[in-house]
Design a protein around this ligand. Sequence first.
Ligand code: DGP
Length: 113
Amino acid sequence: MDCIFCKIANKEIPSTIVYEDEDIIAFNDVNPEAPVHILVIPKKHIASLEAAQPEDAQLLGKILLTIQHIAREQGIAADGYRVVNNCGELGGQTVHHMHFHLLGGREMLWPAG
Ligand code: DGP
């Protein structure tokens, strides 16, 4: 499958990995929008949040708790951080392997553009 995030998960494309376990990998975004900008993805190819299935419920929960863990490790948990999932065309998703952006280290604006 020609998926850039699968290739990152398989180490076929280099990235700066900040966390990895048997289900999840997290790496620095190539175009950071904040001092901390990490992408957290399942190793399993799921095209988008919309494509997730009921059997992915445990994995989705694990991803959120992993984001919490990474935020603490990165030293941004106390001040606060933002978690973003862009889903589908109008959601602004450009890479079609479900991923969660973890952003921190600066004040975030709201509403999102
Ligand atoms: P989204 O718009 O939510 O689909 O965000 C995709 C993000 O992926 C975007 O912030 C840039 C990042 N990205 C795209 N290609 C690569 C890559 O090859 N390596 C890394 N580290 N990040 C990438």
